[in-house]
Design a protein around this ligand. Structure first.
Ligand SMILES: NC(=O)C1=CN([C@@H]2O[C@H](COP(=O)(O)OP(=O)(O)OC[C@H]3O[C@@H](n4cnc5c(N)ncnc54)[C@H](O)[C@@H]3O)[C@@H](O)[C@H]2O)C=CC1
Ligand SMILES: O=C(O)C(=O)COP(=O)(O)O
Length: 328
């Protein structure tokens, strides 16, 4: 078309190299896709030297911190194929004039469904019932199930996922309240965080992980017997307090899709806890989400290549992607 040189796109793991190339295939010869030779940090820094566009690591393993931004003098755009952008140094990217976009909203329904399913499972003690029957037992009277219906549900974070959670839990007959920094126009009560934590039978954590939200939720401050559901990031919940609240029996149960260290280490004490429902960071993984996510990434990369504004920029830069000389 313009005869311009193909854009150098660095696609990061954890998807295998062939899958990444397949995903970006529709962009044709307008891009030259590479993947780092090695998956460690040194490999990332080397590969960044010529990169103009980075498609991020959705598992958060290879994040662009200030050192990585310095190692990428030609970088013009980062497309993160997930909602969470924790780990990336948004300010360092902005200072270098590099927009970073996420895939806002693509998994809101999926994550909210997971939260509702997890809360129902914990309320009805399904993990313990399942484990008992598999072990040869038949405990009909001593599991202590409760109905979720009518529970006070507190939602921490009110982005697309929090709002979808509110709709689903309210539709199930729960009394929904929420906390976020700025109250929204919504048919649910906005409460200060300490009050929400102290007065929820089920606390659903779906807030972004930032320096301000690290360790934000202390499970020891939740009511005795209450349930914690975390689908945000492990770091939002105080990990030591969580273990203590579970071990002492203060918490009725916890459903966790995200952890401070992922994959969860094999010997992590959470793995052996009976009142815990665990999943491997899959709340936002469904066939529908994958389709939407791929389309969103391709549309945004296409816009960047065309010089049209990209969507979902989260680090406060402009939305038009400009090629850099690399000498700046
Ligand atoms: N388990 C999974 O598979 C998935 C997890 N997530 C996580 O869920 C989080 C929430 O996602 P979304 O609802 O789409 O919205 P989001 O990431 O845009 O933000 C959610 C909420 O965080 C609040 N927030 C942001 N910075 C904050 C701060 N410094 N202090 C207090 N609140 C702050 C926002 O105001 C909003 O209410 C994501 O950031 C991501 O970490 C997202 C998708 C899938
Ligand atoms: O979109 C996010 O922030 C996620 O946590 C998505 O995780 P996933 O890439 O679906 O494992």
């Amino acid at each position: 078309m313009t005869g311009e040189a193909p854009w150098k796109v660095l696609a990061l793991p954890p998807l295998p190299a062939e899958a990444l190339r397949g995903l970006l295939g529709p962009l044709g010869d307008r891009v030259e896709v590479s993947v780092p030779e090695s998956r460690d940090r040194a490999g990332l820094l080397t590969a960044l030297a010529g990169a103009e566009i980075v498609v991020g690591d959705w598992s958060g393993g290879l994040a662009l911190d200030a050192e990585a931004v310095r190692a990428a003098p030609r970088l013009a755009f980062v497309q993160q194929p997930s909602v969470g952008v924790d780990g990336h140094d948004l300010a360092a990217l902005a200072a270098a004039g590099v927009p970073l976009a996420n895939t806002a909203g693509v998994s809101a329904v999926a994550v909210a469904e997971w939260c509702l399913a997890a809360a129902l499972s914990l309320s009805r003690r399904l993990p313990e019932a399942d484990a008992a029957v598999r072990a040869g037992g038949w405990p009909q009277l001593d599991l202590g199930p409760r109905e979720l219906y009518g529970s006070r549900v507190g939602i921490v974070g009110f982005g697309p996922i929090g709002q979808e959670c509110a709709r689903m839990f309210a539709a199930h007959g729960c009394e929904v309240s929420y906390w976020t920094r700025r109250p929204r126009e919504a048919p649910y009560a906005h409460r200060p965080l300490p009050e929400l934590v102290a007065s929820s039978d089920v606390l659903v954590v779906v807030v972004a992980l930032t320096e301000e939200t690290r360790g934000l939720v202390d499970p020891l401050r939740m009511p005795a017997g209450s349930l914690l559901v975390n689908a945000a990031r492990g770091g939002v919940v105080d990990g030591a307090a969580l273990l203590s609240a579970l071990s002492s029996g203060h918490l009725g149960g916890a459903a966790l899709d995200v952890f401070e260290t992922e994959p969860l280490p094999a010997d992590d004490p959470l793995r052996g806890h009976p009142r815990v429902l665990l999943s491997p960071h899959v709340a936002g993984v469904t066939a529908q989400v994958t389709g939407r996510l791929v389309r969103r990434v391709l549309d945004n990369l296409g816009a960047a290549l065309d010089g049209r504004p990209v969507t979902d920029v989260v680090n406060g830069t402009g939305a038009v992607v400009r090629r850099r000389t690399g000498r700046a």
